[in-house]
Structure formats: structure tokens, C-alpha cells
Design a protein around this ligand. Structure first.
Ligand SMILES: Cc1cc2nc3c(=O)[nH]c(=O)nc-3n(C[C@H](O)[C@H](O)[C@H](O)COP(=O)(O)OP(=O)(O)OC[C@H]3O[C@@H](n4cnc5c(N)ncnc54)[C@H](O)[C@@H]3O)c2cc1C
Ligand code: SF4
Ligand code: SF4
Length: 461
């Protein structure tokens, strides 16, 4: 097993904020890159919190936790891409405007509303607008459906759990929690050693996860939209554009410009930092993660980025149900949702790029770490360099894009050119990345296929 010392020193900390509950030597602070990180007040080799760190404790990986949690249920199956599952769906919530308010189909908020209305929980732990100066979003506790609804939508923003876990420790109540895969895993690991938390957090709702962003993401988006970093107060990362594909969404940035309250809506396709493949402002820890589908959650929801569903601007979820209780909730309220049961391959297909980056890509990144003889977390994926040359380059340039995005943004902050300077610095790396990600021979092959298809259609007429 690794240690939190190794995790912090190797830059593998995702800043989940679970460790301070078990070790007062640890606290969470935001670093200069706008990322939460664990900070140690004393240099000890080991910590009582090593067992709960999602990047230190390899003994309790997602397969082992998933098996202990779900494998005894009748009808349970396992898939390497999505983990354990009872049923897999694509769809959205119909009732009460959850879909309109949500990022995709509103299923996460709908499930929480069901837990409240059937008196299964007293509160939900999720991410909402923060009242703290300079902080857009934070983990908070909502105690009713009305309070919970205000926290809908995805926050591509740093968040951490230490404050809300302190609340759980001191309040004898029944909670549900919403989180990205590594946060849910950390909570599950905590529950194996802390009976109080285990008895109080009763439902775990996972979000599919591409990667987590530093505060620079929100600031850069708002800046390109016309609100400078010092003037921005809030960014809605998922503003739906009626009539457009669900993946063709906008951001809404709010701030005060020249003394006037300002609100700007800009489609993400017009912004330079929103291509998720580039991985701008990504936590380094995310490069060493192999859980895309929150495999330890009772239910996981994501975006159905799939032909046939993406065209609907209202938004559509992919849903993986792992616990019988969650399945019963859905089954008993089928009139409030529009869900179509699909094979697990459809769910994996919707996360094709994320899975490839964290299977094939992770294997290569682990290989590079091993080659340098550096400590790295033990993953379910084995280190390997047995991939084509161009794929190696794709993963190498992605790491460079991510690392340099922080440098370029800090540089942009120092100049009067703003985001133009950012784009100027990133452009050469983007160009070489695109050349390997979409090389000439592949473009030509695609073109030839299209032409041959057209000829074939004409001949058949
Ligand atoms: C950082 C991040 C990366 C993601 N990457 C992908 C991806 O690659 N592919 C994909 O298909 N889906 C991804 N998602 C999930 C997707 O964006 C939606 O959150 C999901 O489809 C649920 O939509 P909904 O309409 O059902 O949720 P809603 O009804 O809008 O509810 C969302 C709930 O999630 C909570 N929440 C929002 N942000 C966070 C956060 N950062 N941490 C914990 N809780 C939060 C909210 O408080 C709310 O309760 C990501 C989400 C996040 C936060
Ligand atoms: S438990 Fe979370 S915050 Fe603590 S070191 Fe590990 S990843 Fe970082
Ligand atoms: S990509 Fe993995 S490590 Fe990064 S936030 Fe998502 S679940 Fe956590």
C-alpha cells in the first residue's frame, strides 16, 4: 500500500478532503494552480488516513469494494468498463422540471428527490453555489427538495469534503452523497474504518467523470466570454441551448464589469479552453485514475453522448443501477421518468474516449512512471507501452497540454492581452497534438471511404 506522503509528494492528490477526518496533521488548502490539495503539518512517513486515500490504498480498489458492496445481490453482473450493474438505462426525468434544471436528463436530482419524499434521508451532501468570497462552489448539505434543487448542474470546479464530513461526524442523521468516482471511492474506504460515517451516509450517487478542473477553468471561460478574472462571480458550466445538440451547450458567466452587473452566455464551441480532450487545467491525479463510471456508487449518472440521444437539447442521462433499493425506487416510479433499458455496451460506448484514456492511456502513463523509477499509485490497469507510436504521442501531448495550460494561464494573467496570450502559448502544442490525434493518413482514409460510399449509393440507384 502507498502512503499519503507519497501521494502528496508525487502530485497524485485529488484534494478530496477525506483524510483530515482521521488525521489532524492533514488539512486541505487551495494551491496556486487553483486546485485543492492535502497539506501536512508534520513530515511523518505514514498516516492513520492512508487507508482512506483513493490514491494510496490499493488494497481496497474499485473491484474489491464493488464486490463487497454489490456482488451478493440477485441478478448482479459485472462489466470491465462499467463495474457491477443490475440494470443500465438511457433517459431522463419527466416530472417537476428536474431535466430543465439539470445538466443532462436531471436524473441525479430526481433520485435525490425520491429519497427525500420517501423519507429515506434527512439531507443530501452535494455541490452548490458558495457564499464564501472568491469561491464559486463548494460541498454543502441540503435538507429539503427545495434546497437540493438549487444545487443542480455539474460544477467543473474544485471541491473538497472535509467540511461536510465534519458535519456528518457531528450530526446523527441519514445522508445521501453525490460525487465523482474517486470521491465516492474515498467515502467507501472511510466507511470501512469509521462506523459512524458508514451508518449515516446511506446512499452514494456517482457522476461519470472525465476529469476535475482547477479554478482556472471557470476563470478562463469567463475571461474569454468578456468578464476578466477579478470581476467574475459565477459560471454556469452547463447552460442548455434550445434547438442545439445536447453536447452543444453554452456557459453563463456572471460578474461586475465597470460597476455594472453583467451576464454573458457563450456557446462552449466558441471558447478555446473547453475541448475536454485537451485536458486544460486538469488535476494531475486524474491521469492516474481508472474509474470512469463511479463503480462503487449505488447508482451512477452521466451524459448520453450518443447518436440518437445527443440531438435532443433537453439532455439525456446514461444510468447504471447497482443497488436493489435504487432499482426499486426507479421501478416504482416509471411514470415520472422516461428510461429505456440498454445493454452495458451502450453505456461504455457513451464514454468511449474517457475509457480509452484511462485504460490504454493510463497503461502508457504508468509505464512512463516506471521507466523513470518513480513511485506511482497501484492501479487495476497494468503498465504497458504496447501501443502504436502515434497513440503514445497522443498521450504524451495530452500531458503537455494539461501541464502547459497552467503556465499559459498564469502568463496570460500578467499581460494586457488576456486570453489571446493563453491561446498564443498553447497553439503550437495544440497543432502537434492534432497532427497525431488525427493524422493525414487517417483523414485521407476517411475521405476515401466517404467518396466510395457515395459512388456505391449512386451505382445502387
Ligand atoms: C467534474 C465532472 C466531470 C464529469 N465528466 C463527465 C464525463 O466525462 N462524461 C459524462 O457522461 N458525464 C460527466 N459528468 C457528469 C455530468 O456532467 C452530469 O453531472 C451527469 O450527467 C448528471 O446530470 P443530471 O442532469 O442527472 O444531474 P443534475 O440533476 O443536474 O444534478 C447534478 C448533481 O451533482 C452535484 N454536483 C455537481 N457538480 C459536482 C461535483 N463537482 N462534485 C460532486 N457533486 C457535484 C450537484 O450538486 C447536483 O446534486 C461530469 C461531472 C462532473 C462534476
Ligand atoms: S485522501 Fe484525498 S485529500 Fe487526502 S491525500 Fe488522498 S487524495 Fe489527497
Ligand atoms: S478523473 Fe478520476 S481522479 Fe479525476 S476527478 Fe474524476 S474520478 Fe477523480
Amino acid at each position: 500500500m502507498g502512503t499519503i506522503k507519497q501521494v502528496i509528494e508525487g502530485d497524485y492528490c485529488i484534494g478530496c478532503g477525506v483524510c483530515p477526518l482521521l488525521d489532524s496533521n492533514l488539512s486541505i488548502a487551495m494551491n496556486d494552480d487553483g486546485e485543492y490539495q492535502a497539506v501536512r503539518s508534520e513530515d511523518t512517513e505514514t498516516s492513520p488516513a492512508d487507508v482512506v486515500c483513493p490514491f494510496a490504498n490499493a488494497a481496497l480498489n474499485e473491484d474489491i469494494l464493488g464486490k463487497a458492496l454489490f456482488s451478493k445481490q440477485q441478478g448482479i453482473k459485472h462489466d470491465d468498463a462499467i463495474g457491477y450493474y443490475l440494470k443500465t438505462y438511457v433517459g431522463y426525468a419527466i416530472s417537476d422540471g428536474f431535466r430543465d434544471r439539470g445538466s443532462s436528463g436531471g436524473m441525479v436530482s430526481w433520485v435525490i428527490s425520491q429519497l427525500f419524499s420517501s423519507d429515506k434521508i434527512d439531507a443530501v451532501i452535494h455541490v452548490k453555489e458558495s457564499s464564501e468570497q472568491g469561491l464559486m462552489y463548494s460541498y454543502q448539505v441540503s435538507r429539503s427538495i427545495g434546497e437540493m434543487e438549487k444545487g443542480a448542474k455539474s460544477k467543473y470546479y474544485p471541491i473538497e469534503l472535509s467540511g461536510v464530513l465534519e458535519y456528518v461526524r457531528t450530526h446523527d442523521e441519514r445522508f445521501a452523497i453525490v460525487g465523482v468516482p474517486c470521491f465516492i471511492k474515498a467515502i467507501r474506504q472511510l466507511e470501512t474504518v469509521n462506523v459512524t460515517v458508514a451508518s449515516r451516509i446511506q446512499y452514494h450517487i456517482g457522476l461519470v467523470c472525465g476529469h476535475l478542473k482547477s479554478t482556472f477553468f471557470a476563470l478562463s471561460e469567463a475571461w474569454e466570454a468578456g468578464i476578466p478574472p477579478q470581476d467574475v462571480t459565477l459560471v454556469d458550466f452547463r447552460y442548455k441551448l434550445p434547438g442545439c445538440a445536447a453536447s452543444d451547450y453554452a456557459i453563463k458567466a456572471e460578474g461586475v464589469v465597470e460597476g455594472e452587473k453583467t451576464e454573458v452566455i457563450v456557446p462552449t464551441r466558441e471558447l478555446s479552453t473547453t475541448n475536454w480532450g485537451y485536458g486544460y487545467f486538469k488535476y494531475n491525479a486524474c491521469e492516474y485514475c481508472d474509474d470512469v463510471l463511479a463503480e462503487t456508487a449505488d447508482i451512477t449518472c452521466g451524459d448520453a453522448w450518443l447518436p440518437g440521444y445527443d440531438a435532443d437539447s433537453g439532455g439525456t442521462n446514461v444510468v447504471v443501477v447497482r443497488s436493489q433499493e435504487m432499482l426499486d425506487i426507479i421501478d416504482s416510479k416509471m411514470d415520472e421518468v422516461h428510461l429505456e433499458e440498454v445493454p452495458p455496451e451502450v453505456i461504455a460506448q457513451s464514454q468511449r474516449s474517457g475509457l480509452r484514456h484511462r485504460r490504454e492511456g493510463l497503461a502508457y502513463r504508468l509505464y512512463l512512471k516506471d521507466k523513470k523509477k518513480e513511485w506511482r499509485p497501484t492501479k487495476r490497469v497494468q503498465a504497458s507501452d504496447r501501443i502504436p507510436y502515434l497513440r503514445k504521442k497522443v498521450y504524451e501531448y495530452r500531458m503537455e497540454l494539461s501541464e502547459q495550460s497552467f503556465v499559459a494561464f498564469r502568463e496570460a494573467l500578467k499581460t494586457t492581452e488576456g486570453m489571446k496570450r493563453f491561446v498564443q502559448i498553447m497553439e503550437p502544442i495544440v497543432r502537434k497534438y492534432r497532427r497525431v490525434d488525427n493524422p493525414l493518413h487517417r483523414r485521407l482514409l476517411r475521405k476515401m471511404k466517404t467518396v466510395s460510399r457515395k459512388i456505391q449509393t449512386k451505382l445502387n440507384k
